[in-house]
Ligand binder design. Sequence first.
Ligand code: PFF
Length: 454
Amino acid sequence: MSTKTEFASKIGLIAATVGSAIGLGNIWRFPAETQENGGAAFLLVYILCVLCLGIPVMLAEFSLGRGGRSDSIGVFRTLSPGKPWWLVGVGAILAAYLITAFYMVVAGWTLEYLYQSVSGGLYEGIDNAGGSLRELFSTRMDDYISTDVPPLIFTFLMIILNIAILLGGVQKGIERLSNIMMPLLFVILAAICCLTLSLPDAGAGVRYFLEPDFSKINAGVVVNALGQAFFSLSLGMGILITYSSYYPANTRLGSTSLTVSLLSILVAIMMGLVIFPAVKSFGLDDEPLRGATLVFVTLPEVFAQLPMPRLWSSLFFLLLLVAALTSTVSIAEVSIAMLQDRFKMKRTWATLTVLLPLFVFSTLCSLSFGSLSGFKIAGHTIFDFLDKFSTNWLLPLVSIGVCLYVGWFAPKNLLRDQLSNCGTIRSRTTGIVLFIIRYIAPLLIAAIVIFPLL
Ligand code: PFF
């Protein structure tokens, strides 16, 4: 009888996996990518990438996790002892840890903005700002993010919150958090969606987002959509390997991957239906929707022009906080599971060993917007360097490694056994999934790495 920890319920394992997948990637990266890559045409290619490539690669990670029943390094050691494949797991853990360091800072900003929305600080003086709301919120963003102390305090609070949840373990920490937070996320998002869709001229934004202009599709759009699909499904970070090692033997991997992917697409679409109608309605569509500006300048500008700005703003930043929190716990869990499985550490020690050093690493990332902004590694601030190195290089390389391993080198029938729960259920799609993992996914993922270099 295996003593490996498992999720307690089917709902819980879906909530936790969806919670990991739905993060800042869906909420702010997706609308920005959509705007830069031609609107609805990008949405279409993104959905195709999730369904045709994302799901097979997710199934490869699930097969590894549940087949190997260990952490991201341990699965390779268990399934192919004595072979160097465990290095793929090392890459996943490195990516996960680097991402944790800078994502914690962004998560801290969401907490800071929630606090400033609830306390009203963010909207102080909007009545006298006249036409220069953009300036007001840009200055506020500088005050809240590009200074040393306030963002650090909120980043530290986020680390402490993560420690408190992760000390609870898989069932009492991660699963309980996700069971409460994920329904909350959908309710808040639906409420904000209803609000933005009822704004005057919302239809123009909806048309931009949903009526594809096929002439906009080119190689660059496809590569970006693929990158977005992989990031938003949390592929290549060891998260899905780690979480699926907690899946019970009777979990249907096929339907789980479909549910997680469809919910992730749904949130991205709902987010598009929040952003595009809102910016069109207030004539803000000339602003770049890139990352932080979209969330911390453009959206407060929208909220400031609505009745009850503090209420809507608080709800939105609560939504962002929920998305960030269920993602940070999942990515920190990758390293915690590794310490528990590799070094037989107790949960408490493993959690503290992973999270306490973040007080230093995340501080360095946070200060790269303040007094360390002049400190550059290969021309990038510390924050940008970690972001670029992990998302542009490590994640795709790990995904290629996972595909090559599961497709060609894993014990025979790993994928087939896992998709059919060792022959107890029917899985009609194994052949096509294997074909994609073997021949298509590695090449297309390599394109994500190579294309920007051309
Ligand atoms: N799918 C997640 C997202 O879209 O934000 C990816 C992720 C990033 C998960 C960072 C966890 C994390 F810490």
